[in-house]
Design a protein around this ligand. Structure first.
Ligand code: ACO
Length: 401
């Protein structure tokens, strides 16, 4: 009888690393994270500088092409994206097959997965031009797809894109506008939304990006790969956490109930975790949470909204950061802690939060996917395993069992 575990150990060929905590699955020049210092760079540029001074279109160009665009390059890129915002009309019919109360992420998985049935002319992954067209299509169509998922859920007619508006203003109009009325995009909301998109654009080899790369490594078409990424992002430990974080803050309700929830989070017999806290890589403040914490106050102030949820969030952060359990385990607020407060102030229902994350992360997914396909060392992703089943044994006919 062969003890496979001994065999693995003897050959030294395998690393058993559940959750890939210390295994690099690829090389990448897109995003750098120093989790101990709380640093996040895209192509070398600090995330706080990009969030404060740049735009989502500019960051998209940077991630896809490697350098910040010149004014002319940015204009041309923005124009190209705006020309791809329409969806094939037949896709509107596809939406109508879903129940009205379907979770919009369920609709996103289906509609994005279906794009390869409509855009066959950009599915040859060996042609760099087709890869770029598919990437532009995905970045451009995602706001339309997301807004339509929202409109469908509230029973309102779909709005066609307006290509004279900015990427973010067009998305806000398609989401909150109605055909009979002119929709004025509030510049405060537009700027906050754009910032949220920048902060979610890429985050190196997180679960959904790794899923996109793994799916893409088999040669699957880009639309199918991004649909796989959306499915992975939906989980509450990943993109679903901002929805969970806001629900938790609402459940806590008032700052006086925080100690009860802190006690629950520390109790190992209780599966409850403080949502929006902790991160696989950041063992310090998530730099995105810093930007969003500030933005939450700005947006609510400018919109004249007084939301007790923000007070609860601030107090929870203060108490948790001085609690020995959270200090010892290096648990800090992550990007999801404050984003929900802002999105809710803008008017999005919690079910749309992960959809917005998917919209923004699409640029990171396509940039990572392009980088992977262009890498000469690229191989099909095929992890090994540590086998724990029975050793070899002879089949026993059913009559003798
Ligand atoms: N509340 C209470 N305790 C926590 C929390 C939390 N939010 N997060 C981690 N811990 C504890 C764990 O119980 C564990 O304790 P133990 O060592 O006594 O067993 C320890 O800290 C380490 O936790 P792991 O789950 O092993 O850490 P991992 O790196 O695998 O998980 C994760 C990271 C999934 C983000 C985790 O911190 C978590 O579940 N957080 C809440 C969900 C969340 O906010 N997710 C968003 C992540 S960011 C994003 O996807 C964009």
């Amino acid at each position: 009888v062969i003890d496979i575990r001994k065999l693995y150990a003897a050959t030294g060929a395998f690393t058993y690393d559940p959750g890939f905590t210390s295994t690099a699955s690829c090389q990448s020049a897109l995003t750098y994270i120093d989790g101990d210092e709380g640093i996040l760079l895209h192509r070398g540029y600090p995330i706080d500088q990009l969030a404060e001074q740049s735009s989502f279109m500019e960051v998209s160009y940077l991630l896809l092409n490697g350098e910040l665009p010149s004014a002319k390059e940015l204009e041309s890129f923005t124009y190209t994206i705006s020309r791809h915002t329409m969806l094939h009309e037949q896709l509107a019919t596809f939406y109508r097959g879903f129940r009205r109360d379907a979770h919009p992420m369920a609709i996103m998985c289906g509609v994005v997965g279906a794009l390869s049935a409509f855009y066959h002319d950009s599915t040859d992954i060996n042609d760099p031009k087709q890869r770029m067209i598919a990437s532009h299509r995905l970045i451009a169509k995602m706001p339309t797809i997301a807004a339509m998922a929202y409109k469908y859920s509230v029973g309102q007619p779909f709005l066609y894109p307006r290509n004279d508006l900015s990427y973010t203003a067009n998305f806000l109009r398609m989401t909150f506008g109605v055909p009979a009325e002119e929709y004025e995009v509030d510049p405060v909301i537009e700027s906050a939304m754009d910032k949220i998109f920048i902060l979610h654009a890429d985050h190196e080899q997180n679960a959904s990006t790794s899923t996109v790369r793994l799916a893409g490594s088999s040669g699957a078409n880009p639309f199918a790969c991004i649909a796989a990424g959306i499915a992975c992002l939906w989980g509450p430990a990943h993109g679903g956490a901002n929805e969970a974080a806001l629900n938790m803050l609402r459940e806590i309700g008032t700052p006086d109930r925080i100690p009860e929830y802190i006690a629950r989070a520390k109790n190992k017999d209780d599966p409850f975790r403080l949502m929006g806290f902790g991160h696989r890589v950041y063992k310090n403040f998530d730099p995105r949470a810093k930007v969003l914490g500030k933005a939450a106050t700005e947006v609510l102030d400018k919109l004249g909204i007084s939301d007790p949820v923000l007070d609860t969030a601030r107090e929870l952060e203060r108490i948790a950061l001085s609690d020995q359990y959270f200090i010892d385990k290096k648990l800090y607020p992550n990007v999801d802690f404050y984003s929900g407060v802002i999105l809710s102030a803008i008017g999005f229902p919690t079910t749309m939060f992960t959809v917005l994350f998917a919209l923004a992360r699409t640029v990171g997914w396509v940039a990572q996917w392009n980088e992977m396909i262009s890498d000469p060392e690229q191989k099909i992703g095929r992890p090994r395993q540590l086998y724990t089943g029975p050793a070899m044994r002879d089949y026993v006919p059913v009559a003798k069992r």
